[in-house]
Each structure stands twice: as structure tokens, then as C-alpha cells.
Design a protein around this ligand. Structure first.
Ligand SMILES: [Zn+2]
Ligand SMILES: [Zn+2]
Length: 374
């Protein structure tokens, strides 16, 4: 009936869990609220559990364990391991191993959630199939961490206790069996489904929708809209360019609550050694990307230089002039990065402006291209 599906490789336990929890959440939650009324305490329980388990994935599983973007003291490790288990996304060790493979082989065959196999595959399709035995040969550093190994051994039990029993118990203490049911369905099941799909979106939509200001050679993209649902992980093009940075939304105005949480924990003395990519490296990456685009656009519009006295010729010449400036900036920044020299704020701002100017000119040229093509 479905000849393309390798049924012998289907992981029935995980697939069943994903499907049953999904339908239980989308059907059970509205029924609960219609039957017992919208209770702000139950909604608050959902929100608290969502933030605790969602951030344990972004701050703990992702930035701390998979990328080692900072060092954490025991309380932070224990919290993120417990509430990370409550998201039912495997152990931190398994998760980090898959994720390191994703970065190493992005868009290739060995990328576990390879977007070139389709949106649904990258979102959750890959989880329906057996991932075991994982080789786990890229997480030897984490294997030395006794807390990580303890969670790896017991993550299903911990997930049940923290992710399901805890919200049910809180609901029961608040409002007897009605509260317990709300805690179970809304705070437990619907919340875990919401956290899972928020993570899945990073692998699917963040590799589909948005811009690529740092590197157009990868499918990973930046989009503010995605950052809202993913505790700041939506700046995925930046992340794939600089995976060890504790920030994903690197600009001060970008929505990245995980970055703010890590920064706050540092002030409280609970985390340390935050890794930051230098401004020079970031501007260099942006400038390199726009320089490549500028050069491609020049090649594309070579014929325009022969059109005398026209807007197209003017636009072409302007882009060539910008391209020369970008080449100059590229060498200056590359040298600064190589020699680990800090450039002045004014100098960095100047090259950022040149990058923005080049982007505007490329847009203007594409507009002209479209106008004259008609
Ligand atoms: Zn990715
Ligand atoms: Zn990552």
C-alpha cells in the first residue's frame, strides 16, 4: 500500500507517542476548556511548564550541552536535564549527538533532519524511524559528565515524573480532580506537544523561511517571526555560521530570551565562560556574503555597461564602485580578524553601512531587471 515507507525501520513506540500525544492535545484541550471553563491558573501552569521545558531544550540541550557555548554550575545542569527530559525529545546525550551531526553534515545525507528530504521529514518525519543504535561517537566530552549520563539512563522516567506527574499533582492541589485533569491534559500533554513542535520548527521552517545574511551556502535562515516561537532560536543562519556563540539573535534588538537568560545566570554566578564571536568576524561574514552577491549581480548584468546614458548603466557603475569598496573592506576586516585586532566602533559601523548600501543597490538592480524584462 505504501511501497516507499520502510516499515521494518519504523519506530512504533516513538511514532505512537508522537501521534497519540498530538491528537490528545488538540482534541483534549478544547474539550477541557469548554467543559470546565477557561481557568487562568491552568493556563499559567501551561505557560510555566512551557517556558521551563522549552528553555531547558534551547538553553540546556542546545546551547550548553550540544554546543558548549558556556559553562554551567550543577543547579543549571540539573534543572535543564530534568525539565529537558519533560519535553520528551530523548536524552541530552542523544539530542546533542544528533544535533552535532546536523551541524557537521547540514543539508547532506548524514544530517539527521536534512531539509532537502522535504519539510515534513525535517520537521518530524525523521523521528518516526529507528535512530538506534546511535553511534554517539561525537559526544565523548558529554559522556564524562555524570549528570548527563544519569539523565541518559533515566530520561523516560524523569520525563514522566517532571513532565506529566508534576503538573497533574499541582493541578490536583489547586482544584481536586478537575485541576488534576487540567494539569495532565494542558500542563502535561498539550505543553509537551507545543514544546516539541517549537523545536521541530527550528529544523523545518528555520531551514525554509527567512534571510541568509551570513552565509547563503547553507539552508539555515534568519527570521524574527520564528524567534518568537523558539525562545530566540529563529536566527538560524547566524547560528549555523557561528554555532559556539551563546547568542543566536546577536543584534541588540533581536528577540532572544535564551541569550538574556544565559546573561542573567552569568550575573547570578550560575554560568560562566560565555563564548562570543568578535564583532569583526560577524561584520566580515556579512560583508563576505554581500560581496559575493554583488559580484554575482555584476556578472548577471554585464551587458548594462554598454548601454550609454541610461539608468541601467548608472546602476551598473554604482554597483561596480560598491564592489571595489567591499573588496577593500574585506581585506581590512580579514586582516583584523587574522591578527586579532579590535577595530574602532566607527570603522565597524562604516563597513556595516557599506554592506547595507550594497544590499540596497542589489535590490534596486533586481527591480530594474524586472522592469526591463517586461
Ligand atoms: Zn539547523
Ligand atoms: Zn545548533
Amino acid at each position: 500500500m505504501f511501497p516507499n515507507i520502510p516499515f521494518d525501520r519504523v519506530n512504533w513506540f516513538t511514532s505512537g507517542f508522537l501521534v497519540i500525544t498530538f491528537f490528545a492535545a488538540v482534541i483534549g484541550t478544547p474539550i477541557y476548556f469548554v467543559y470546565f471553563g477557561i481557568d487562568p491558573v491552568i493556563i499559567g501552569l501551561f505557560a510555566t511548564m512551557f517556558v521551563a521545558s522549552g528553555m531547558s531544550i534551547t538553553l540546556g540541550y542546545h546551547r550548553l550541552f550540544a554546543h558548549k557555548a558556556f559553562k554551567a554550575k550543577k543547579p543549571v545542569k540539573i534543572f535543564t536535564l530534568l525539565f529537558g527530559a519533560a519535553a520528551f525529545e530523548d536524552s541530552a546525550l542523544d539530542w546533542a549527538s544528533d544535533h552535532r551531526n546536523h551541524h557537521k553534515h547540514v543539508d547532506g545525507d548524514e544530517d539527521p533532519y536534512d531539509i532537502s528530504k522535504g519539510f515534513f521529514w525535517a520537521h518530524m518525519g525523521w523521528i518516526f524511524f529507528k535512530l538506534y543504535p546511535r553511534e554517539l561517537d561525537n559526544v565523548n566530552d558529554l559522556k564524562k559528565d555524570t549528570l548527563v549520563m544519569w539523565q541518559h539512563k533515566h530520561h523516560r522516567l524523569l520525563g514522566m515524573l517532571v513532565g506529566i506527574v508534576l503538573p497533574t499533582l499541582i493541578g490536583a492541589l489547586y482544584n481536586g480532580w478537575v485541576g488534576a485533569l487540567g494539569g495532565f491534559i494542558v500542563g502535561g500533554v498539550a505543553r509537551l506537544v507545543a514544546v516539541q513542535h517549537s523545536t521541530f520548527l527550528i529544523n523545518s521552517l528555520c531551514h525554509t523561511m527567512g534571510k541568509r545574511p551570513y552565509d547563503s551556502g547553507t539552508s539555515a535562515r534568519d527570521h524574527w517571526f520564528m524567534a518568537i516561537f523558539t525562545f530566540g532560536e529563529g536566527y538560524h543562519n547566524y547560528h549555523h555560521s557561528f554555532q559556539h556563540d551563546y547568542r543566536n539573535g546577536v543584534k541588540p534588538w533581536q528577540w532572544d530570551p535564551t541569550k538574556w537568560a544565559i546573561w542573567t545566570l552569568e550575573k547570578l554566578g550560575l554560568v560562566s565562560h560565555l563564548r562570543r564571536v568578535s564583532e569583526e568576524k560577524i561584520v566580515l561574514a556579512e560583508l563576505r556574503e554581500i560581496k559575493n552577491q554583488t559580484e554575482a549581480q555584476i556578472v548577471d548584468n554585464q551587458g548594462w555597461k554598454l548601454i550609454t546614458c541610461s539608468t541601467r548603466q548608472e546602476a551598473y557603475e554604482k554597483l561596480v564602485e560598491i564592489s571595489h569598496q567591499l573588496a577593500e573592506g574585506y581585506h581590512e576586516l580579514e586582516k583584523a580578524v587574522g591578527d586579532r585586532i579590535n577595530m574602532s566602533r566607527e570603522n565597524l559601523a562604516y563597513w556595516r553601512d557599506q554592506t547595507a548600501r550594497a544590499a540596497e543597490q542589489i535590490t534596486a538592480m533586481r527591480h530594474l531587471q524586472a522592469t526591463f524584462a517586461v
